[in-house]
Design a protein around this ligand. Structure first.
Ligand code: DP6
Length: 352
């Protein structure tokens, strides 16, 4: 191995993403039970800086971590558990001291997948550290596949945060470039209707959810509707790919809201069953649907594994959406709104 840079700093910003076709259910090896499709966000990002030192005497990495300037033992443990799973892919990491400083631009448990941006940022940094130490450089396309694979091994949804705009993860028969091992940017053409989407995240409840996503995925293993869900997700993703290319907003709304409600229906039908929606979630969904009906403005909602709502609409109706937001805040006084939208993907930051 040529040692080209034994110590240094890497610094990456990685966005979160919101899935429209949901990944819910997985097989061993962090492989998805069905393909998913997401939109990469713009302002909801993790910024992670790692100071690294290569020391051939180390047989396992040593890490220290500060999250938002504070110790975060749970996050640190998750990374310690994850690292051995990537030694085969990034051999130099085994012999590193890693001092990780990380922060999110969005509040914790805000209904934004923090593991997607956090684990995406980790994968980007670790890939660069290994490349700096070994001096190995790969063709661009292979490099991004590998980073997405590294992110997937940490958290499935993180695999999609490695690319901007519209991204799929999981084998889709009609798209030969797709794989269960890594995400792929959607290159089937996107209609202008869907190029400038906004995502206003309506935070109904910030308390930590009572069932983690990992536990939720596990409950799909003996789920009575699993097979039928995986089949309908496959159909929905194929339909949505065509809808995104054709610019069919009505069909888009139909599939996106169906996927969101199906995700929560699956939770309600698990054994044991559980419910993450709150009364305000339902009140706001009703307001959104009534507003759409009455004003003929194309907007819709999706949900992550939590009670908070992602309100999706084209940027050119943003003014009209403010009227809806006023109605929502009059009804539910405790909500907060994070204004986000479609984003371009990760970027490296200045190390100074
Ligand atoms: C509902 O990616 O958080 O957000 O792979 O166990 O880390 P792990 O799960 P995670 O699951 C995300 C589930 C979801 C839908 C999605 O993002 O596709």
């Amino acid at each position: 191995m040529t040692i080209s840079e034994k110590s240094g700093t890497t610094f990456w910003q990685c966005p979160s993403n919101i899935a429209l076709i949901k990944y819910w259910g997985k097989y061993p090896g962090q492989l998805p039970a069905n393909p998913s499709l997401s939109m990469t966000l713009n302002t909801s990002v993790t910024k992670m800086k790692i100071d690294y030192e290569f020391d051939s005497r180390l047989d396992s990495p040593e890490i220290s971590l500060l999250f938002n300037h504070q110790a975060a033992p749970r996050f640190e443990e998750r990374i310690i558990k994850y690292l051995p799973s990537i030694f085969d892919i990034l051999p130099a990491i085994r012999h590193c001291r890693l001092h990780i400083l990380t922060e999110n631009t969005f509040p914790h448990s805000a209904g934004i997948a923090s593991s997607a941006s956090g684990m995406g940022a980790l994968a980007l940094n670790l890939y660069e550290i290994n490349a700096n130490i070994t001096g190995i450089s790969e063709p661009e396309a292979d490099k991004w596949k590998k980073i997405s694979e590294l992110a997937r091994l940490a958290s499935g949804s993180a695999s999609r945060s490695i690319y901007g705009e519209w991204v799929t993860w999981g084998k889709i028969d009609r798209l030969p470039e797709t794989s269960d091992l890594y995400a792929s940017p959607l290159n089937t053409g996107i209609h202008s209707e869907f190029l400038s989407l906004r995502d206003f995240i309506i935070i109904v409840d910030k308390t930590e959810k009572k069932v983690s996503s990992s536990a939720g995925h596990a409950l799909m293993n003996n789920h009575p509707y699993a097979a039928c869900r995986y089949a309908s997700a496959r159909k929905n993703i194929s339909d949505l790919i065509d809808i995104l290319a054709a610019g069919d907003v009505e069909q888009f709304i139909q599939i996106v809201e169906n996927e969101a409600l199906t995700l929560h229906a699956l939770m309600m039908q698990s054994t044991p069953s559980y419910l993450l929606l709150k009364p305000d979630t339902l009140r706001i969904i009703e307001l959104i649907q009534d507003f759409r009906e009455q004003n003929k403005i194309p907007l819709c909602f999706t949900l992550d594994a939590g009670p908070n709502i992602h309100l999706l609409f084209h940027e050119n109706v943003e003014k009209k959406v403010m009227v809806l937001l006023k109605e929502i805040s009059d009804l539910c006084s405790k909500i907060e709104i994070l204004k986000d939208g479609i984003g371009q993907g990760p970027q490296t930051l200045s190390k100074s």
